[in-house]
Each structure stands twice: as C-alpha cells, then as structure tokens.
Design a protein around this ligand. Structure first.
Ligand code: 5GP
Length: 198
C-alpha cells in the first residue's frame, strides 16, 4: 500500500565541510530530479561570465537588497567578502513548499542556523554530510591532492572542526566515503524518500 504524499512539500538542507561532496550531490540531484526545486540565492556581486540571472543567482543592487532586508523578505542573509550581500528569499522556498514540492538547498552551518529559526519545524529536514575518515586522514589527503601552505591548511582544518562541532543540530548525518559517491547519493535519496512519504 502506498501512502498519499502530504499536500505540503519540504525543504532539505545540506551542510558539511568543504570537499565532502556536497556540491557533487546537489548537482546529481539537480540533474536527476527534474521536478524538484533548487532555488538560487540573491547577491549584490556582479555576474561572472556565463552566470545567468535567476539561475546562478538573482543579481540585485545593494539598494534593493537592503530594502528587502527591511521588508523581512530574507530567510537568512550574510555580508560576505567585504561589501557583498548574499541571501535566501523566503518566497523562493515557501512558495514551492506550499505547492507540495521538494526543495533542495545547500547552506553553511551559520546560514542553516539562521534559516531554521525562521521556518516552521515541519517544513524542513536537515542533513549533515560528514567525512567518513578522521581529521588526520583528511589532512593527509588535502596535502596529497594539491600544494597548500601551512597557513591555508590550518584555516581549512579550523573551519572543518567548527562545522563538525555543530553537526549535532542536524536531523540526519550521513557519511561521505572518499571515492564512493554512489553510497552518498543513495543515502541522501533514501532520507528524502522516507521524509516525503511521512
Ligand atoms: P560566490 O560569490 O563565489 O558565488 O559565493 C561566495 C560565497 O557566498 C560562498 O561561500 C557561498 O557559500 C556564499 N553564499 C552564496 N549564497 C548564499 C546565501 O544565500 N546565503 C549565505 N549566507 N551565503 C551565501
């Protein structure tokens, strides 16, 4: 017997340290789940060659961004790289959820912490991607892959440790094994399928 899917959709948030396979997972889902929604963020930075307004980002002016902050249009936003704003519009997520759609979004831990305060608990599911290896193995692999200064390495390790400390606030944690993307894809899809039928 199959359950009738609930009328309201859900957003699935993915976080995890850089290099864990998040981008690859989201790209895979984007290519294979054509009825799912992958909402772009807004930014005040200029488009780079090849970037499309409304696809890569919504490119808006600083004035418009600040006006929309005042109106309370953002689910979360951040001032990144000096004077550039980045943010997620509430409507880009809430409208598809109201239409029963599955929405997928990648966030860093800070972005997710803000967003979850502003959403109905039933509207989101959060998934943290964790490297299956311990930190020493990861550091060794980073060093083997490309030349890296000690300073850059220390920065990467520090941000990885910070992200891992906050992993417990997520509903699910899945392990990403180096070279086993198929398992990562299957684990993520299994969680999404299960949550969609709840
Ligand atoms: P880029 O300018 O290279 O496209 O992105 C730079 C940074 O902005 C990335 O680290 C990315 O995580 C962050 N970013 C992109 N979109 C958003 C967003 O909607 N909210 C927040 N808080 N950060 C974002």
């Amino acid at each position: 017997m199959t359950k009738t899917p609930s009328a309201r959709g859900k957003i699935f948030f993915f976080s995890g340290p850089s290099g864990v396979g998040k981008g690859t997972l989201i790209n895979y889902l984007r290519e294979t789940k054509t009825d799912w929604i992958f909402p772009p963020s807004c930014t005040t930075r200029a488009p780079r060659p090849g970037e499309i307004d409304g696809e890569t980002y919504f490119f808006i002016t600083k004035e418009e961004f600040e006006a929309r902050i005042k109106k309370g249009d953002f689910l979360e936003y951040a001032h990144v790289h000096g004077d550039t704003y980045y943010g997620t519009l509430k409507a880009e997520i809430l409208e598809p959820i109201a239409e029963g759609k599955t929405v997928i979004r990648e966030f860093d831990v800070q972005g997710f912490s803000q967003a979850r305060e502003r959403l109905d608990r039933n509207d989101f599911v959060s998934i943290f991607l964790r490297p299956a290896e311990d930190l020493d193995t990861l550091v060794r692999r980073i060093k083997e892959r490309a030349p890296i200064t000690e300073e850059e390495l220390a920065k990467r390790v520090n941000s990885m440790e910070k992200e891992l400390e906050l992993a417990d606030i997520y509903d699910y944690q899945i392990f990403s094994e180096d070279g086993n993307l198929e398992k990562l894809f299957n684990d993520a899809e299994a969680i999404i399928r299960q949550e969609q039928s709840d």
